[in-house]
Design a protein around this ligand. Structure first.
Ligand code: NAP
Ligand code: ZN
Length: 348
């Protein structure tokens, strides 16, 4: 079997090592991608540290993949060699259930196959994008339009679609008042999208350290949540609150910021359960919802929207040797606003 050079963690919390990992022989519908950039999502950190429960090791994380088609299987029609492409959190699904048919592969009744820390339907462990190559079924490979750099496009494949999908689902547009909680990888994309969709956007961040950035991203207000009085003043203000925080948070304070019948769309996945008082949601008939990435059709629509509006992720590009330090900075909330690995630096 062919191999590729990858950044792999041997066990939970172990440092990354550069090593050779297998890349499967191309199936009929497979695309071999020369990866150029891989974003670092907080979900990579949760999984490689086993914060969500038992994970599969050794692990090559990475589900924000951007690169160029290197080879295609005999039956591939969607992409040609040399095309600019991206892969997000999923690499397979049954293709037949009502959700797959509806373009919502993430809800596949057979269970979508995750890009890494997962198993294909053949039982093979999946390996992610912190590598030089990956083979993926063409149905899960999106086109990255000209006009977006592959580096700033990589994070769109997870942070982008994960914030785009709930904003669209809950009808954000001109006249909407939106609050984005947590200005990190997902949060900064949430702000860019909500602004581009015409909403009035407030950023709720722990401190004022990112206030200038919030305004530069197009938000009209930045509020430091460390001051409870400032949050109190915003009660009943928003149609949608998008929570992107990766750590434990008292959601009751944020539900209270919704207008009656407003929605708190939660995308952050801290390890502990949320605790919500019944009165928080009953008063005002407010909705607390979750949102899980997004389907492939929506991902392509989001990428096309980004090209049309000139939107990319705000990134800091790093080499393979800097990934460990970057993880520490992400956990400390010190990322502006997505680390992207230049995968050409993953060399033995
Ligand atoms: P990130 O870049 O680390 O951003 C998270 C932000 O949360 C930080 O920048 C920080 O913003 C805030 N934060 C961090 N610690 C906090 C604390 N102790 N209290 C309050 N706020 C805190 O992470 P990300 O990559 O955007 O991912 C965010 C979360 O979404 C993760 O849990 C990830 O697993 C999850 N996720 C979910 C999906 C999905 O499908 N639903 C997809 C991808 C990721 P401030 O500095 O502005 O406060
Ligand atoms: Zn992610």
């Amino acid at each position: 079997m062919p191999t590729t050079t990858a950044l792999q963690a041997a066990s939970a919390g172990a440092p990354f090592e550069i090593t050779e990992v297998p890349v499967r022989d191309l199936r009929d519908d497979d695309i071999l991608i020369d990866i150029q950039f891989a974003g670092i999502c907080h979900s990579d950190i949760h999984q490689v540290r086993e914060e969500w429960g038992k994970a599969i090791f050794p692990m090559v994380p990475g589900h924000e993949i951007a690169g160029v088609v290197a080879a295609v299987g005999d039956g591939v029609t969607k992409h040609k060699v040399g095309a600019r492409v991206g892969v997000g959190c999923m690499v397979d699904s049954c293709g037949e259930c009502e959700y797959c048919k509806d373009g919502e592969e993430q809800f596949c009744t057979k269970g979508a196959v995750m890009t890494y820390n997962g198993r294909g339907y053949d039982g093979e462990e999946t390996k992610g994008g912190y590598a030089q190559q990956v083979a993926v079924a063409e149905r899960f490979v999106c086109s990255i339009p000209e006009g977006i750099g592959l580096d700033e496009a990589a994070p769109l494949l997870c942070a982008g679609i994960t914030t785009w999908a709930p904003l669209k689902r809950w009808g954000v547009g001109p006249g909407s008042k939106v609050a984005v909680v947590g200005l990190g990888g997902l949060g900064h994309m949430g702000v860019k999208f909500a602004v581009a969709l015409g909403a009035e956007v407030t950023v709720l961040s722990r401190t004022d350290a990112k206030a200038d950035d919030s305004l530069a991203l197009g938000a009209t207000v930045h509020v430091a949540t460390a001051d409870p009085l400032k949050l109190k003043k915003l009660r009943g203000t928003f149609d949608v609150v998008l929570n992107t925080v990766s750590a434990d948070l008292d959601l009751n304070h944020y539900v209270a910021l919704l207008k009656p019948m407003g929605t708190l769309a939660n995308v952050g996945m801290p390890p502990s359960p949320f605790s919500i008082r019944p009165s928080s949601v009953i008063q005002g008939s407010r909705v607390v919802a979750g949102s899980n990435i997004g389907g492939i059709q929506d991902t392509q629509e989001m990428l096309d929207f980004c090209a049309e509006k000139g939107i990319g992720a705000s990134i800091e590009t790093i080499g393979a040797s800097e990934v460990g330090a970057a993880y520490e900075r992400v956990v400390a909330g010190d990322v502006r606003y997505r680390f992207v690995i230049d995968t050409s630096t993953i060399t033995a």
